[in-house]
Design a protein around this ligand. Structure first.
Ligand code: SAM
Length: 283
């Protein structure tokens, strides 16, 4: 009934028929590999009736895969030209709703309604991190978060303490989820081909965060400060991040963390202990 959009020929045909030019500014790289679409749908364990939020449906490539799997898809797209295109490319699927707008300004609870849902997306790379952090920090009832990201971002998401890629994004993603790289995706899987390699990363959202913290906001303030100045010792980075000198000294002592260590060596449990020590001290 519907041709599979995820192919070079069909995608080129759609772009030409609608006079579309991929917008670099909006991070538009259209997927043309049906195997990758299948991989994303499988990693999200999409079952008929599952509610799925898609970010940036583009011309409907992944949307079609989700719809074929029987998901109830709500797709938020910023490019004003695309809803009219999607109305054609996804004609006949009654389980897809396109919501025009910027995902960072969308009231996701209002779009998704009550109850758990999944997120699947081939993300625009210019705002990957803000989108991921915003989805996680809102404590939405997301069970699976499966996205295409730049390979370098995927590596940061799964990085362990002490590695070069370990940073505030690693801590945030691993605090809320269990991330795993499920597919390596070369530039030729897209039109136009991006300059970087990509990965599909699947994050299973934890029922409770990986570590217990007394104040989540304070925990992330400590994490941001610790990674704010990577070449400094943890004590100096925390001071640079606005924590008073005496408080830094006392908190590190309480949490039993050597002030000469660097932020990028701390595990989630150590960051939690440190944040709780700051909380004890009234930070
Ligand atoms: N899903 C399609 C695919 O797999 O071929 C398109 C993916 S393309 C990498 C990213 C999509 O996100 C584009 O359609 C772009 O217009 C859209 N986009 C960019 N910024 C956005 C934002 N802030 N909110 C919602 N969508 C956005």
């Amino acid at each position: 009934l519907h041709p599979t959009i995820a192919s070079r020929a069909v995608t080129q045909h759609i772009l030409k028929a609608f006079g579309l030019h991929a917008s670099k500014k909006l991070g538009q790289n259209f997927l043309i590999d049906a195997g990758i679409v299948r991989g994303i749908v499988e990693a999200a364990e999409v079952q008929p009736g599952d509610r799925v939020l898609e970010i940036g449906p583009g011309i409907g490539t992944l949307t079609q895969g989700l719809a074929e799997a029987g998901a109830d898809v709500r797709a938020v797209e910023l490019d004003k030209k695309l809803p009219a295109v999607l109305a054609e490319t996804l004609k006949g699927y009654d389980n897809v709703r396109i919501i025009p707008g910027d995902i960072l300004k969308t009231d996701i609870r209002a779009v998704m309604g009550e109850g758990p849902f999944k997120v699947a997306a081939n993300l625009p790379y210019y705002i990957t991190t803000p989108i991921l952090l915003s989805l996680l920090e809102q404590h939405l009832p997301i069970t699976h978060l499966v996205t295409m990201v730049q390979k370098e971002v995927a590596e940061r998401m799964i990085a362990k303490p002490g590695s070069k890629a370990y940073g505030a994004l690693s801590v945030a993603v691993q605090y809320y989820t269990e991330p795993a790289i499920v597919l390596d995706v070369p530039p030729r899987s897209f039109i136009p081909a991006p300059e970087v390699d990509s990965c599909v990363i699947a994050c299973r959202v934890r029922e409770t965060p990986a570590v217990a913290v007394r104040e989540e906001k304070l925990f992330f303030r400590v994490v941001r400060a610790a990674f704010g100045q990577r070449r400094k010792t943890l004590a100096n980075a925390l001071k640079g991040g606005g924590f008073p000198k005496e408080q830094v000294r006392d908190a590190m002592e309480r949490a039993d963390i050597d002030p000469l260590r660097r932020g990028e060596t701390l595990s989630l449990a150590e960051f939690a202990a440190l944040a709780d020590a700051f909380a004890d001290l009234g930070a």
